[in-house]
Design a protein around this ligand. Structure first.
Ligand SMILES: [Zn+2]
Length: 171
């Protein structure tokens, strides 16, 4: 399997993970070590256990660290359906993650090149290689379907961003 095909297969897994939580903004992530998926997660911000930081990337990195019994993830690669935000890009640096592939770019909150590139900022001593855009159309379609459905939903189910139509693809 070519490298590109391999990355694509992991991003397809991340897309499947994103689809598992119909009430969350569909973002899914998997973490791969030595050709094996060791963690998978989707956004978990809503509901009774509301968590503003419940992004798929954070949950997946925590899961991977727990599984490996160490906090450094330098031999791990994160695959995520949406460009990491400032929090997740910062967490990637702290985890010393080996690399990150993401699908859709996030022009509102993306911190791996769109709004800012935290992963490569020379001000910090660590950097994480990132690459975006693979399977972007699929990820964008998934996000668009979610936000379209929300817009049609009754007003009480909408966030202020959805009411104002300013949410774009971001979470
Ligand atoms: Zn994030």
């Amino acid at each position: 399997m070519s490298d590109n095909r391999k990355h694509q297969a992991y991003l397809e897994e991340a897309l499947r993970e994103a689809a598992k939580a119909p009430d969350e903004v569909p973002v899914g992530a998997v973490i791969v070590q030595n050709g094996r998926i060791i963690a998978r997660a989707h956004n978990q911000r809503e509901g009774a256990d509301a968590d503003p930081f419940g992004h798929a990337e954070i949950i997946a990195m925590r899961q991977a660290a727990g599984k490996l019994g160490r906090r450094r993830l330098s031999d791990c690669t994160l695959y995520v359906t949406l460009e990491p935000c400032p929090m997740c890009a910062g967490a990637m640096l702290l985890a010393e993650l080996g690399g990150c592939f993401f699908s859709a770019f996030d022009p509102v909150m993306g911190c791996c090149g769109s709004v800012y590139d935290l992963s490569q900022d020379p001000a910090f001593p660590r950097h994480v290689p990132t690459a975006g855009g693979l399977l972007a159309a699929e990820a964008e379609a998934q996000l668009r379907a979610f936000f379209d459905a929300k817009r049609k939903a009754p007003a009480e189910n909408k966030t202020p961003e959805q009411e104002n139509g300013t949410d774009g693809f971001t979470r």
